[in-house]
Design a protein around this ligand. Structure first.
Ligand code: PLP
Length: 400
């Protein structure tokens, strides 16, 4: 298929929900991707913070190949070893918790929302069915997780969403949070760094205040680490920067190394509120994505990728801050680890993405006025410097 044929077929046969860029990828290795015309790209999108161990990572490829040849799917009617091993591994990484495996970030959050309701009911507080979440947050596209997402424009086409479900408050405003957590609230759901909202970190003080408030009022604290988890921020979990631990944490994105898997991990006493039949999914925790995830966690661990994320993230933020200091098109660089945002002086991020792509660098227009850089955690100093040079050149050429 030529690219034009591909584009025409996509337009005919797909629901028109994606605003795709005019490029089709055919191959990837490490931090590099190649398109159908043979062009090479340095990938600072990483499949939206998914390909942390790099494209076609040999350890992950081998684990998938081996597991697919052995056993692909049997459902959760039965036990399978990769699933049990992965749950134990996540427990060991956190130092606590029982796991439910889902197939995506939204589904991991959906599990957390249902678990919070189930747990409150077990405590004799069935009326505590609501959630408090932050404005600017992103938690997924299912009905409940869309309702939790603090972006009114995304709700509008699907209104009304369940009105009793979510109250939104400004991020980093502890007083607003305290006022919102009333007798109808069962959980507070937060990203430790808002990813889709434009790379907005929650402050450690805010997270501490949220923890204290939740403890005081018998409310669960859920951290959505779908984007920030597993080394992205330079720690295994983003919450470790603040020292504030949640009752429930959700993961997805990087976990499967490109295969679809999500996880909701809850403290044992919370997790045990679920009973057999309360929650389930046909594909969740299948042998192949679990084998891939075990390989991903091995690679992150053995190759020191959490440490590399911290070091390369610092290099990226420092180099961008220096390079863009006198560039009017960019007003701020912010980030934690390898989750970095460039605030633009106006709503022209798509233009910047296109210009970078034309020069062989993939970055993402997370918002009309914000660029996100989230390279694989294996990224090298040389690749960081190359990316910064391209971004700086492109932004210098843009009159703000
Ligand atoms: N939560 C966060 C913080 C996310 O960034 C995302 C996706 O970007 C999701 C949830 C939804 O994940 P998925 O697209 O896998 O459903």
């Amino acid at each position: 298929m030529t690219f034009d044929e591909l584009r025409a077929a996509e337009a005919s046969f797909h629901m028109p929900v994606y605003g795709r860029q005019p490029v089709a990828f055919v191959r990837g290795t490490g931090t590099m991707l190649w398109d159908s015309e043979g062009n090479e790209y340095l990938d600072f999108v990483a499949g939206i913070a998914v390909m942390s161990v790099g494209h076609s990572n040999p350890t992950v490829v081998e684990a998938v190949r081996e597991q697919a040849g052995l056993l692909t799917h049997v459902s959760n009617l039965y036990y399978t070893e990769p699933q049990v091993k992965l749950a134990e591994r996540l427990h060991d990484l956190l130092g606590w918790g029982k796991v439910f495996f889902a197939n995506s970030g939204a589904e991991a959050n959906e599990c957390a929302v249902k678990l919070a309701r189930r747990w409150q009911r077990e405590q004799g507080r069935p009326g505590r069915a609501g959630l408090v979440a932050a404005l600017g947050s992103f938690h997924g596209r299912t009905v409940a997780t869309l309702a939790a997402t603090g972006q009114p424009a995304k709700h509008e086409p699907f209104a009304p969403l369940p009105p009793e479900l979510v109250h939104h408050v400004p991020l980093n405003d502890a007083d607003a949070l305290e006022a919102a957590v009333d007798d109808g609230i069962g959980a507070v759901l937060l990203e430790v760094v808002q990813g889709e909202g434009g790379i907005n970190p929650a402050t450690p003080e805010y997270l501490k205040a949220a923890r204290e408030l939740c403890d005081e009022r018998g409310v669960l604290l859920i951290f959505d680490e779908v984007q920030t988890g597993l080394g992205r921020t330079g720690r295994w979990f983003g919450f470790q920067h603040s020292g504030v631990a949640p009752d429930v944490v959700t993961l997805a994105k990087a976990l499967g190394g490109g295969l679809p898997i999500g996880a909701c991990v809850a403290r044992e006493a919370v997790a045990d509120a679920f009973r057999p039949g309360d929650h389930a999914t046909t594909f969740g925790g299948g042998p192949v994505p679990c084998a891939a995830a075990l390989a991903v966690l091995d690679v992150i661990d053995k190759e020191g990728l959490v440490e590399n994320s911290a070091a390369m993230g610092e290099r990226l933020v420092t180099a961008l801050t220096d390079a863009l200091a006198d560039v009017p098109a960019a007003t701020e660089v912010r980030g934690v680890g390898l989750l970095v945002g460039i605030q633009l002086a106006g709503e022209f991020s798509r233009e910047i993405v296109d210009a970078c792509r034309d020069r062989g660098l993939l970055v993402n227009n997370v918002k009309p006025d914000t660029i996100r850089l989230s390279p694989p955690l294996i990224v090298t100093a040389g690749e960081i410097d190359r990316a910064v040079a391209i971004v700086a050149d492109v932004l210098k050429a843009r009159v703000a």
